[in-house]
Design a protein around this ligand. Structure first.
Ligand code: SF4
Length: 87
């Protein structure tokens, strides 16, 4: 039997993510220009509406391993529609 523990330690790529850092993601939907950048970078967190490509936030509080991708999405978003709050 194995214990299903999400240890995540010792991954080895040296990105010293803080422990217990909470990320909260907000999208300003009216600003979105449907470029899809965020969806390409962080598909677990962002999706696009079928009809017009406008962003859909899938995960308001993404897991730590997704934080780097979410930050990058916010940086590359051409409409600056993604806001990331970290505590
Ligand atoms: S990157 Fe920005 S503009 Fe493009 S789909 Fe995502 S939120 Fe919308």
């Amino acid at each position: 039997m194995s214990l299903d523990v999400m240890s995540g330690e010792g991954g080895g790529d040296g990105s010293g993510e803080g422990k217990g850092v909470t990320m909260r993601v907000e999208v300003d939907v009216p600003k979105c220009v449907a470029s899809g950048q965020c969806v390409m970078i962080a598909p677990d967190v962002f999706d696009q509406r079928e009809e017009d490509g406008i962003v859909v936030l899938l995960d308001e509080q993404p897991a730590p391993e997704l934080h780097a991708d979410v930050r990058e999405s916010a940086v590359v978003c051409p409409a600056a529609a993604i806001r990331v709050v970290e505590k």
